[in-house]
Design a protein. Structure first.
Length: 380
């Protein structure tokens, strides 16, 4: 596997762009689009929150088709808690882009990120759409990555090349997220593109598995959002033998997809609002993987553990308390081993070993700092 440049436009046949439409008061870029030049097999995962933003309601319907051409994203406004008007704006956004591409609106996904509860300035999207489409480029991945940022400090993108059946296959990705990041999606968006030829069933299976081990294994503050979404588009232009089962080719594809997703997930955590430390929580010896991940999440979401990390205070009692809060009867102070790497470093590893089985899981998080409180106290 080889890391390459280009983000979401690294694979063959993908174009992207990002511009400033005026949604953000700062004047920064806030409208992005990804387009596949040919129909692409499409899969996605969405927030488990019962309160979903209007764009997600629309995209969840469109993605059932399993094929698409484009994804439109705006930042600066979540288009959530916006009622029937917000839903109409999401639907109209798909129609707007579809009209430019000459496709059915169901072939377009839409999502938003930003402030909840404020009307979306849809007229600004309409006015900016011609320039957005005109500027589509096979080198536009970076512009797209910047356009989807909210409180992010850095753009987040990655691309890799692998060989499947003698054909070069590329997988690219871009994401955003900084705060309100918790497992089961977060206030984060992830977009993956690939020129691999793969069936929709195998693509869904790969994305679900990769998401569990990446985007669903990160947390900044334990808060779940209303707008979270990860998609993958596969347009088949690499012309590899189509992946239709879990064989060697699928394994190669999956390993690369997981690498891309974990890389983006880690970048989101490293860019956590006010973060000064990056924490890796590894739990081993659990009865099953779900239990291992639940324990790791409890530690990662503990405000006491996170503030201890900020203060370079290796308070192992806080880790034990976080595990104990789950009430798992077979875990006690006699059979749980807790180890730390040095807490005065920028990267900290916390390991918990249990005697319940052979399952393990890893979760990534960051510390809580004074800056985190300031950012979220002022965010509006």
């Amino acid at each position: 596997m080889k890391i390459v440049k280009g983000g979401v436009t690294a694979p063959k046949g993908f174009l992207a762009n990002g511009i400033a439409s005026g949604i953000k008061r700062s004047g920064k870029t806030d409208l992005g689009v990804i387009v596949s030049e040919v129909p692409a097999v499409t899969a996605g995962v969405f927030t488990k929150s019962s309160i979903k933003a209007a764009p997600l309601e629309v995209s969840m319907k469109h993605i059932k088709k399993g094929s698409g051409r484009a994804i439109l994203v705006n930042s600066g406004n979540a288009n959530c808690y916006t009622g029937k008007t917000g839903l109409k704006h999401a639907q109209d956004s798909c129609g707007l882009i579809a009209n430019f591409l000459g496709v059915d609106p169901v072939n377009v996904l839409v999502t938003s990120t930003g402030i909840i509860g404020k009307p979306l300035a849809y007229n600004k999207i309409v006015a900016a759409a011609p320039s957005l489409i005109k500027g589509l480029s096979s080198k536009g991945g970076g512009k797209f990555a910047r356009a989807i940022m909210t409180t992010d400090l850095k753009i987040k993108e990655i691309a890799v090349e692998i060989t499947i059946g003698g054909r070069k296959v590329t997988i690219g990705g871009s994401g955003k997220g900084s705060g309100m990041v918790a497992p089961n999606m977060a206030t984060m968006l992830g977009f993956v593109t690939t020129d691999a030829a793969i069936s929709v069933q195998m693509l869904k299976a790969a994305l679900k598995r990769a998401t569990d081990r990446s985007f669903n294994s990160i947390t900044v503050d334990g808060c779940m959002s209303t707008n979270d979404m990860v998609t993958v588009q596969a347009n088949g232009l690499a012309e590899n033998k189509k992946i239709v089962k879990e064989d060697g080719d699928f394994k190669k594809f999956y390993q690369a997809l997981e690498f891309v997703c974990i890389d983006l997930a880690k970048k989101i955590v490293r860019d956590g609002e006010g973060a000064t430390k990056f924490l890796t929580i590894h739990v081993k010896g659990a009865a099953h993987e779900t239990q291992a991940r639940e324990i790791a999440k409890a530690i990662a979401n503990s405000a006491l553990v996170k503030t201890a990390a900020f203060g370079s205070n290796p308070n192992w009692g806080r880790v034990g308390a976080a595990v104990g809060s789950l009430g798992i009867n077979k875990i006690n102070e006699h059979n749980m081993k807790i180890t730390f790497s040095p807490f005065d470093k920028k990267e900290i590893a916390i390991k918990v070993e249990l005697p319940l089985g052979r399952a393990s899981a890893t979760v990534y998080t960051c510390d809580f700092s004074y800056e985190y409180v300031r950012i979220n106290g002022e965010y509006n």
